[in-house]
Design a protein around this ligand. Structure first.
Ligand code: KG4
Ligand code: ZN
Length: 346
């Protein structure tokens, strides 16, 4: 059974993981995630600081993952590393380290697309979160709606035209005076909010939308953020922040749920898989389950450890490519943006 070491350094988590198995029958042997708390001081990720922090921690994080799995590097068959998309300097730390380690050990290195990793993450916790399914990936940098016919065969149905879902949560959190990253703080506030006081329209959802329209599956969150900004300006923020958070979250989740429902229905899928940091949001999972019950589809959401950035998902996607005989060359490079691999016509 192949054993993969996964490495993730695309943003502000230095993570390593050991995973073994074949096909969908995999065993997570270890997962170490070191979050860079330093960025909280700046209200957002500072790329140069992120790269330097990865440099400092990558060796102990990888060693710790090997120790936790009770294996030594000699029993690793391949190294999977996030090569795109992400912060270029941060990605380069992982890619250079992975290539050097692979070269010295004489084992292959496999470059993994970060969002394909998020797509695999939920299957590490739920054996039924496997294709075919409708996938909704909602992170700080991306919002992707995919029809997943099989692993490695993805129909990209929708993406965001502007801000990502997590980015919208973080920006609204800032407007409401909450710490970074703000998604979970907005969710907590919204729980106590009155849903009737601030009603924002669900972005890109109209009553008579037709499947032929260009934005049937698309997202856009910057208009909603501006609407929240205007509401904040006209309000007593201390008194109204819970209600504003609630109105914002209802509109954003309403849009995510509606588009995902359309996709699952159109492609006849009975499984919906959520991934990415925003998939930590319990209100999203609950709303998604409620709507999907109309078409008898089951919704799978990862726990926070696997929803946010982690190397287990990179090792899992790496195993898939390894088993298909795919290897990266030692000139593997990092890219700040890159389309998800395996795209097929929608
Ligand atoms: O996937 P992720 O860890 O990093 C990226 O690849 O971007 O996602 C981080 C994002 C942040 O924007 C954060 O605010 C959001 O996930 N997030 C949440 C929640 N927990 C994390 N958004 C909404 N509700 C939450 N409970
Ligand atoms: Zn991510």
């Amino acid at each position: 059974m192949p054993r993969i070491l996964g490495i993730e350094t695309s943003c502000d988590e230095t993570s390593a993981s050991v995973l073994s198995g074949t096909g969908d029958d995999v065993k997570l042997e270890s997962l170490v995630i070191l979050s860079q708390d330093v960025h909280k001081v700046f209200g957002g990720v500072v790329p140069e600081i992120a790269s330097r922090a990865h440099l400092t921690s990558i060796v102990p994080v990888v060693n710790r993952a090997l120790v936790d799995a009770s294996v030594d590097i000699g029993s690793i068959d391949a190294i999977a590393v996030t090569a795109a998309p992400g912060l270029i300097g941060a990605l380069l730390v992982g890619v250079c380290y992975a290539k050097s380690l692979a070269f010295t050990r004489g084992i292959p290195v496999i470059g993994v697309h970060h969002m394909e990793g998020h797509l695999f993450a939920t299957s590490l916790e739920h054996v039924d979160a496997v294709p075919p399914f409708t996938g909704l990936l909602v992170s700080g940098g991306h919002t992707l709606l995919l029809d997943v016919e099989a692993w490695g065969q993805y129909r990209l149905l929708g993406a965001t035209r502007d801000d990502a879902a997590g980015e919208a949560f973080d920006k609204v959190a800032k407007l409401l005076g909450l710490p970074y990253p703000g998604g979970r703080h907005v969710e907590t506030l919204a729980r106590e909010g009155d849903p009737t006081r601030f009603r924002f329209s669900r972005p890109m959802v109209r009553r008579n939308d037709s499947p032929d329209s260009d934005d049937y599956y698309q997202f856009s969150f910057s208009g909603l953020k501006t609407a929240v900004l205007n509401a904040v300006r006209d309000s007593d923020i201390e008194a109204d922040k819970r209600d504003i958070a609630r109105g914002f979250q209802d509109a954003l989740i309403g849009s995510l749920v509606e588009k995902t429902y359309r996709a699952a229905k159109a492609y006849g899928r009975t499984r919906v898989v959520l991934g990415g940091g925003v998939a930590c949001n319990k209100t999203l999972a609950t709303a998604m389950r409620e709507r999907m019950s109309e078409i008898g589809a089951t919704v799978f959401a990862p726990t926070p450890r696997l929803a946010t950035d982690n190397a287990a998902m990179i090792a899992r996607a790496g195993l898939f490519h390894f088993e298909r005989g795919e290897r990266s060359d030692l000139d593997l490079n990092a890219f700040a943006s890159q389309p998800i691999p395996g795209l097929i016509a929608a």
